[in-house]
Design a protein around this ligand. Structure first.
Ligand SMILES: *Cc1c(COP(=O)(O)O)cnc(C)c1O
Length: 221
């Protein structure tokens, strides 16, 4: 068995029911993705629009492609129509651009709102307050072609497990609150994308439904 196949099997065996694995294949060639596919993996995550579109065209059509990276508004065209899920929607402008492109193509595009949960400055994402404000002002009535499927976040890159737990727990609480108040009797808001190679076990303990794992499957980039 190849290293990739082994890693996928080990990770999948450790995931509780209800948690899905997104194999993050960015920077790795199509041949490595094919190896993971042959081992049974079907969901892959990419973070650069051009690489995303090129790989999707090359690889088997039953792959579920997720776009996980920061998406610039001028790159939305390359991603809508290919992505089954866009994980990191982080601004009103981007929401409106996805809406425009999806409407043009008569598609409904599942998206996650990225929430800034890390202590670090540089990462993208809405604050919890901004997200609550979007719902309070009924912003999503402007974006009928965007299907809000849940939230996504990245914890601080630290060895402090308590801090990482606390950040993921805060995101889960926000997710539960939005689900309860804005999606009553509606099961479509159901995904909580949190956890990477270094912290996915903590994320699972805190309620993740989608873990995005690259290095632990494919090795270093
Ligand atoms: C690259 C990336 C990952 C995977 O990170 P690893 O540490 O390699 O598992 C997960 N999420 C996002 C948004 C990424 O850009």
């Amino acid at each position: 068995m190849s290293g990739i196949a082994l890693h996928i099997r080990q990770i999948k065996d450790s995931l509780p029911a209800g948690v899905r694995l997104v194999a993050v294949s960015k920077t790795h060639p199509a041949s490595r993705i094919q190896e993971a596919y042959d081992a049974g993996q079907r969901i892959f995550g990419e973070s650069r629009p051009q690489e995303f579109a090129q790989k999707a065209a090359l690889l088997p059509p039953d792959i579920e492609w997720h776009f996980i990276g920061h998406l610039q508004t001028n790159k939305v065209k390359q991603v809508v129509g290919v992505a089954s899920l866009i994980h990191a929607v982080d601004s009103e402008r981007l929401l409106l651009e996805i809406e425009k492109e999806a409407a043009k193509r008569d598609l409904i595009v599942p998206c996650l709102l990225q929430v800034h949960i890390a202590a670090e400055e540089a990462k993208f994402g809405f604050s919890a307050d901004e997200i609550q404000h979007l719902f309070a002002q009924n912003f999503f009535s402007n974006t009928p072609h965007v299907q809000l499927a849940g939230l996504m976040g990245m914890a601080t890159n630290t060895d402090d497990h308590k801090q990482v737990s606390r950040e993921f727990r805060g995101l889960k609480q926000l997710f539960d609150q939005i689900k309860r108040t804005c999606f009553t009797n509606n099961t479509s808001f159901c995904e909580l994308s949190m956890g990477m190679s270094g912290d996915y076990r903590i994320a699972i303990d805190e309620g993740s439904t989608l873990v995005r794992i690259g290095t632990a499957i494919f090795g270093g980039r």
